[in-house]
Design a protein around this ligand. Structure first.
Ligand code: FAD
Ligand code: UDP
Length: 384
């Protein structure tokens, strides 16, 4: 069953598909991509809601953005992008504020009309207890960036819902993703390029896999011994790029890495517009979900029904082995286990570990694609 396969890729997310596309198109290798799910694309997969035709991102809203010119050039080979610019609002105690924290948020919260310098001085005073550069965890970083009152309103309880991990144990980087601005600019991302794929994520992902040298086998689990490309049949015999969970690969020998999973509750409502924007966060502990997505707003250029809309509430909880792992928790204990897994991964013969699950790292799409391009250039040849 291994004859004629130059490379096996486990996982058809952006990482796996980028490696597959490059190895097939650039090196002429015959590549098989397996995925245990019934569709390609990993978490970026989307599909049209059958009742309304509205494109729904099944694993949570995905917004493409990047400042990496190489990645931008690469992705434009497979899709063009709309001019969508992401904006997020937050409902705190029944009042809606713009995010990320900007001059508009600050003035609304303090019922003031501060200019940028006054706002900076106020936040510096309220943040005085911690210094951003030496912040050791999410709580210290959050307070150092925006001061305690704004932190307690917009970050503390939302983060508790999202992570259910003490904010003093969460890495500071989780919050560093969110900019703080002393202007009224409330674009969520700072990147040079941003947009959504014009004809949807799945069309983009399918074009990456559309090459005569690439075969995709769905509903095929690498650890299922009844399928011919299972781990013990291939490991060490043909080159493998593995993008599933790294702890699962080694049978949890070093313990389980902590993940958060999400539950999504989708609903079609009989109105043309439920919330007037694509994402509304709910800051308070009194609301059980973290946010509501309304998918029609991602594509204002499309001809969607005027009397129906699709919304999706998002809930976060600890992932067990049976759940889809979404966000690495990354406590100090997790980071220690990860080092042990990295050592095992480095010693594995002709297997490379990549992507969000394979490296236990929060990677945006452009980061997953960028790191796959680097792996292709720098490390793949050694196992082929
Ligand atoms: P994945 O997409 O997770 O693909 C891994 C694949 O491996 C999956 O299809 C899985 O089924 C398969 N697999 C696992 N184990 C096995 C096995 N044993 N056998 C066979 N197949 C297996 N990025 C952005 O840029 N913008 C966003 O707005 C954004 N929003 C996000 C929201 C959420 C809720 C999440 C979880 C992620 C978000 N991301 C976003 C990140 C984005 O999803 C990732 O960057 C991207 O999916 C990474 O691709 P990947 O190939 O590493 O992993
Ligand atoms: N965050 C928050 N309040 C918000 C939005 C974000 O406290 O209204 C914090 C929270 O800890 C979250 C992190 O900032 O996990 C990163 O937010 P982002 O929106 O980037 O998360 P994602 O979209 O990846 O879930």
């Amino acid at each position: 069953p291994l004859a004629g396969i130059d490379l096996l890729i486990v996982g058809s997310g952006f990482f796996g598909l980028t490696i597959a596309e490059r190895a097939a198109a650039e090196l002429g290798k015959r590549v098989v991509v397996i995925d245990r799910r019934a569709h390609i694309g990993g978490n970026a997969y989307s599909e049209a809601d059958p009742e309304t035709g509205i494109e729904v991102h099944r694993y949570g809203a995905h917004l493409f953005h990047t400042s990496n010119e190489r990645v931008w050039e690469y992705v434009n080979r497979f899709t063009s992008f709309t001019g969508y610019q992401h904006k997020v609002y937050s409902n705190f105690e029944g009042e809606v504020y713009p995010l990320p924290i900007n001059l508009g948020t600050i003035n609304q919260f303090f019922r003031a009309a501060y200019g940028p310098d006054e706002a900076r001085a106020l936040i510096a005073e309220q943040a005085g207890e911690f210094d951003a550069k030496s912040a050791r965890n999410l709580e210290e970083k959050g307070i150092s960036l925006i001061g305690r009152p704004l932190y307690e309103a917009f970050i503390r309880d939302y983060t508790a819902k999202q992570w259910q991990t003490p904010t003093t144990e969460l890495p500071a980087e989780v919050i560093s993703r969110l900019p703080v601005r002393y202007t009224y600019d409330n674009r969520y991302f700072n990147d040079a390029h941003e947009g959504l794929p014009v004809d949807g994520y799945t069309a983009w992902l399918e074009r990456m896999a559309d090459h005569p040298n690439i075969e995709v086998r769905l509903e095929t689990d690498f650890f299922d011994e009844t399928q011919p490309l299972h781990k013990s049949a291939v490991a060490g015999r043909i080159p493998v790029v593995y993008t599933g969970p790294v702890d699962r690969y080694f049978d949890y020998a070093e313990g389980e890495l902590g993940w958060r999973t999400l539950d999504f509750e989708a609903e079609v409502l009989p109105t043309g517009d439920f919330q007037g924007t694509s994402v509304m966060n709910y800051a308070g502990a009194d609301v059980p979900y973290t946010r509501i997505h309304e998918f029609r707003h991602f594509h204002p250029e499309r001809d969607y029904p005027a009397d129906k809309t699709v919304i999706m509430r998002e809930y976060s909880r600890v992932a067990s082995r049976e759940d889809e792992p979404y966000y690495p928790v990354n406590t100090p204990e997790d980071r220690e286990r990860l080092l042990a897994y990295r050592a095992l991964a480095d010693a594995e013969d002709r297997v490379l570990f990549g992507g969000r699950l394979g490296t236990y790292q929060y990677l945006d799409m452009h980061m997953a694609i960028g790191s796959a391009l680097s792996m292709f250039e720098n490390r793949l040849a050694a196992i082929l």
